[in-house]
Every structure is written in structure tokens, then in C-alpha cells.
Write a protein of this length. Structure first.
Length: 170
């Protein structure tokens, strides 16, 4: 199937929950392969136009329900081992202490994610500055966050480590 052939390449390096919408029903697909995804919604074709019909709206509700279920499960996992800092608080620290973020023309220069942030500043120029940025007296961003280049443009990804790894709660 196309999922067997293409999925490994598509998923490479992606660590966020993945919900796939596809043609075959979940039951039909599982007879062939158990897709290595967090959620699946079957019997979904292409949405090539506005979804006005009740059947189309019902299918969109099913997609939303599956995404909600997957995200709720991820939140439960995070609650068992909380993050060292909330992504929203980390965003506030960066907004307050990094002047260059206010010069970014994107409507969202910092994007909050479940367990981190995407900062729309050039990685080579700002990764070290962010890593050394103090959150509190003896705690820097680098102490509690993994910093990596984004695969999407020249942005910076900040993944907050859980308390069990850092023994720091800010």
C-alpha cells in the first residue's frame, strides 16, 4: 500500500503526534497494515470544495474528534511528567528579553507548541543567544530546553525537557 511505501520517508524526523486521513476505512486498512500513526480517519477523500453537505460536515467532525483524542492523550502523558517550564511562559521570556523578535514580520514570530516553541529567527545567528538567555537567576534556557534548527525554513525549535530530566521547575 502507499502507506507502507511512503510513510517511512514522510515521517522521518517528525516527533509530533500524526493523524492521517485516508481513503480506506480503519478496519480495511488494519487488515493490510497497522499504520504507525497516533490517529487515523478513514473514508476521507479529498476536500476539493467548501464542505457544505451534512455528510461532509460529519466527516470533518470525525477528523476533529480524532485530533482531539490524540492531543488529549498527549496532554495526559505530559501531565504525568510535567515540562520544566510552560511553553507560554518561555515565549513571554523571549518576547521580553530578545529585541530582534519584535522585528520579525511574521504575524506569529513565536509559535507555541504542546511541548515547546518555534522561534522565527535565524538559527545560526540566535540559537546561542537563546541558549544562554537567563530565565531566572541560575537557570538559562539551555538548562531546560533542547535547541535545534527547524526543518522548515531557518527557524529555531525549542523543545522543553520534562522535569524528570532536568530536576528544574521554573
Amino acid at each position: 500500500t502507499c502507506i507502507e511505501q511512503k510513510f517511512g520517508v514522510l515521517r522521518r524526523g517528525i516527533e509530533v503526534p500524526i493523524v492521517v486521513c485516508g481513503g480506506p476505512s480503519r478496519e480495511s486498512l488494519q487488515k493490510i497494515i497497522d499504520p504507525p500513526v497516533d490517529g487515523y480517519v478513514g473514508n476521507v477523500g479529498r476536500f476539493m470544495h467548501r464542505t457544505k453537505e451534512s455528510e461532509e460536515l460529519d466527516k470533518l467532525e470525525e477528523v476533529v474528534g480524532e485530533i482531539t483524542r490524540v492531543l488529549d492523550r498527549r496532554r495526559e502523558e505530559l501531565a504525568k511528567d510535567p515540562l520544566s517550564i510552560s511553553p507560554a511562559r518561555l515565549m513571554d521570556v523571549i518576547n521580553e528579553k530578545v529585541d530582534a523578535i519584535h522585528e520579525v514580520l511574521s504575524p506569529t514570530p513565536i509559535t507555541v507548541q504542546i511541548a515547546g516553541l518555534r522561534v522565527k529567527l535565524p538559527y545560526d545567528q540566535y540559537a546561542r543567544k537563546l541558549k544562554d538567555l537567563a530565565i531566572e537567576e541560575d537557570v538559562t534556557i539551555g538548562d531546560i530546553v533542547d535547541i535545534s534548527p527547524s526543518r522548515m525554513r531557518d527557524y529555531i525549535l525549542l523543545k522543553v525537557r520534562p522535569f524528570s530530566e532536568t530536576n528544574i521547575m521554573v
